[in-house]
Design a protein around this ligand. Sequence first.
Ligand SMILES: [Zn+2]
Length: 326
Amino acid sequence: MCNYNERDRASMGQRVALELDLVKGFRFFDPHIHMVSRTTDDYQAMADAGVVAVIEPAFWVGQPRTGIDTFRDYYSSLIGWERFRASQFGIKHFCTIGLNSREANNEALAEEVMELLPFFIYKEGVVGVGEIGFDDQTAAEEKYYRLQLELAKEAGLPVQVHTPHRDKTKGTSRSMDIALEHGLDPGMVIIDHNTEETVKEVLDKGFWAAFTIYPFTKMGNERMVEIVKQYGPERILVNSAADWGISDPLAVPKTAALMVKSGLPKATIEQVCYQNAVAAFSQSGQLDEAMLNEKTSIDQGKKFAGNSVLRGGQQPRRDADSIIIS
Ligand SMILES: [Zn+2]
């Protein structure tokens, strides 16, 4: 899959730098990315490429959790340490909190998580309930999806829905039908991981249609460009869903660059790579345009609960006195 030798890597780096030149001055919002799994290099590259804000949905961590405390600590890190870490690179960090579909299948633990969720969904920076929905489309997944839809409705929060990778079309229809059955306004529901097969139905039913750009897979940039050409920018969002797997935290700016190359107007690109995310998630009351326009002055000497992003001997970058890490 990604078997590059050093020379390929170098030339790829140059090619990406050239591509990103096409979107200099653009602002991006990646509304689905798992930063706890990413490095400070990623944060720096994202900030350099114009990413000003991210949403980190709660998800599963690659292996099943065995107790409620690891959920509690994970949710705490999404509203605490990770938010702080992003701020150290000038990026605004928001999150959605929920029980992911895979772990909904451990019912004993799922019950405990349901009791925990109300303590987190009202916290500052939480812009929705997510990512929830179906994986294998089991009865337990449906049960906890329904319960969390009720929770979101009660809290007046948007819902970020993960659609299954297997049996996607059916799983996507079912996710929307259930949301409607619970009386959710489709305008409050972001259906994620769409493809050409699902997009029409999602838009027709009035939901937001998010697309994840995975490197080396079918939902690549070229197809995204075609979808925007065909359906226009209304209610379409682009994200990276970068996590601990092979994924690309620059997927949004790179897709935007390809859109520029393909002749899509700047306003259209900004709508799908920034504005729609603001519109969808500002319904939480936890984020707005003004907040995103506020320039964060970076002070990497700052600490969160006694910890900073710096390691022994590193010089903090402080915008005030322009010290650059060397
Ligand atoms: Zn995800």
